[in-house]
Design a protein around this ligand. Structure first.
Ligand code: FAD
Ligand code: NAD
Length: 465
């Protein structure tokens, strides 16, 4: 890090918003020599979201699946500025970003506005609530590390309170009823982890009430996991049935109260379901800053779902802005796989922009020397033409994996133009090894493996922090 080149006022400023899948894979691959890079994100670390459901019940410890953003930037050629702050506004006309420290200790700096030459916009999404009343107040989400912590704490709180002396029977039933809304992969994986906790630990530590724990998964569509193949949907639903996880399909949550959810089933009948813990996983919606940006580019940005980009991930209607990941509206699903491939692609594209700038400088210098042979100039021009040719982004789908509990996973894998669908223990081993190999660092891999081993030997820790 001591050998890093300092900022160079002659080089363009590249601002990166976010430290998630898109931004991190971009930063990891980027050659920073030709740019002054500034990273702005309210989170000063990268979070490995695929393993987040495991944190909710203590299968994994929170810090095992995160990696500081500075860990990446300190190894870059040129010094990178990292600010733990929230971008509040992007002005695509003036080409500026305004950001502010939103943490508990704010200091005296206030909000800051900086200019950019290039902007990589990778702020992800926020949780979709469909404007349903009570969701933000009473439900727990499962997107950030703090959400998983909250779920873990609340789960143990419900269990301890249910075990309290003279707790009325009806209250035990309510407290021990864990409701998950949304049968996408997030809801399914959480329900699976919760089931494991019940079987492996709750029965051991709370034998008097363990049998009262019930898990209900509520899904508005006719089945869970609409993005997976039919065979794997059936496998998941039958595994859940065996594991006594109630799946209420064609059922839509209409209202959320402090102790119950109001649902409407396929026959339009309305009923109230009491719960102790409510986990809300109904997908994504755009962040305010993204909506605001769309509002400034109304003629080009016409999709409410997210930002529109061209085949090179350039934001439509703006100059020098690129967008990746969940904040975009493309033909691809909002997944880590897509965001990380887009980040890598964009870093390669910036690699070409950097080389182009270098060659242009070289060419200007050669031309100014006057006595240089035309062959040398021609050589540089040829190279310039080569790096100026950009190729479009192409996504390569590596398959979909999800953990469904009781040491079983499902895997939908593209296989010689066919689909290989597999569910069970072998898929679970595949799931584990795939995630271990894609984890960020050797440190993360070691911690996750150690957590898995710890849980196998000692069980999960049931103390409430
Ligand atoms: P994110 O990773 O969400 O990153 C957004 C970043 O922007 C964050 O660092 C955030 O702090 C920052 N940010 C937010 N607001 C601002 C602001 N105003 N200014 C600056 N920065 C800001 N996908 C898979 O492919 N496989 C899986 O197994 C899988 N499992 C998942 C499990 C869970 C529980 C969840 C929630 C998601 C899972 N996903 C999975 C989806 C995957 O996590 C997302 O598609 C991916 O994170 C998108 O990457 P991104 O960079 O667009 O956004
Ligand atoms: P999702 O959008 O995939 O699923 C949300 C589900 O909630 C939908 O099936 C929807 O019908 C349901 N729903 C919406 N409103 C409802 C209501 N009022 N009542 C009942 N049900 C309702 O959301 P997700 O699971 O959070 O996933 C988000 C993205 O992240 C997806 O692209 C997903 O593929 C990805 N992801 C992938 C994995 C994995 O590959 N293992 C894990 C988690 C997330």
């Amino acid at each position: 890090p001591g050998d890093q080149l300092p900022a160079d006022p002659e080089k363009p400023t590249l601002v990166v918003l976010g430290s998630g899948w898109g931004a991190t894979s971009f930063l990891k691959t980027l050659d920073t020599e030709e740019f002054n890079v500034v990273v702005i994100s309210p989170r000063n670390y990268f979070l490995f979201t695929p393993l987040l459901p495991s944190v909710t019940v203590g299968t994994l410890e929170p810090r095992s699946i995160i990696q500081p953003t500075r860990y990446i930037t300190r190894h870059k050629k040129r010094k990178v500025d990292v600010y733990e702050a929230e971008a509040q506004e992007v002005d695509p006309i003036k080409k500026t970003v305004t950001f502010q420290d939103m943490s508990d200790i704010r200091g005296a700096a206030g909000s800051v506005t900086i200019p950019y030459d290039y902007l990589v916009y990778a702020v992800g999404c926020e949780n979709q609530t469909f404007g349903i009343k009570g969701v933000p107040e009473y439900a727990c989400f499962l997107k950030e590390l703090s959400d998983a912590d909250k779920v873990r704490t609340k789960l143990l709180d419900c269990i301890e309170t249910a075990a309290f002396k003279n707790q009325p029977e009806s209250e035990i039933d309510r407290l021990m009823h864990m409701v998950v809304v949304g049968g996408g992969p997030t809801g399914v994986e959480y329900a699976g982890e919760l089931h494991d906790f019940l079987i492996d630990d709750l029965k051991k530590w709370y034998p008097e009430i363990a049998d009262r724990l019930r898990i209900t998964l509520i899904e508005a569509l006719p089945n869970v996991l609409p993005a997976f193949s039919k065979q794997l949907i059936q496998y998941t639903e039958s595994t859940f049935a065996e594991n006594k996880i109630d799946v209420l399909t064609r059922t839509m949550v209409k209202d959320v109260k402090e102790r119950s959810v109001v649902v409407q089933d396929a026959n339009k009948e309305i009923r109230e379901i009491p719960y102790g813990l409510l986990v809300w996983a109904t997908g994504n919606t755009s962040r305010n800053i993204t909506r605001d940006l769309m509002g400034k580019l109304t003629s080009a940005q016409t999709q409410r779902r997210g930002l529109l980009v061209d085949d090179y991930l350039r934001l439509l209607g703006a100059d020098g802005v690129y967008a990746v990941g969940d904040c975009t509206a493309t033909q691809y699903a909002p997944t880590a796989q897509v965001a990380s491939q887009q980040g890598i692609y964009l870093a390669q594209l910036f690699g070409k922009l950097g080389q182009k700038a270098k060659l242009e400088r070289q060419l200007a210098q050669l031309r100014s020397q006057g006595d240089v042979g035309s062959a040398e100039i021609e050589g540089v021009v040829k190279k310039l033409n080569r790096v100026s040719k950009l190729t479009e982004f192409h996504y390569s789908h590596q398959g979909s994996l999800a953990y469904i509990g009781s040491e079983k996973a499902i895997a939908d894998l593209p296989f010689f133009n066919n689909n290989l669908a597999s569910g069970g223990g072998a898929a679970m081993l595949f799931w584990r090894s795939a995630y271990i190999s894609t984890l960020y660092s050797v440190r993360n891999r070691t911690l996750v493996l150690a957590d898995w081993a710890k849980v196998k030997i000692f069980g999960r820790d049931v103390s409430r922090e």
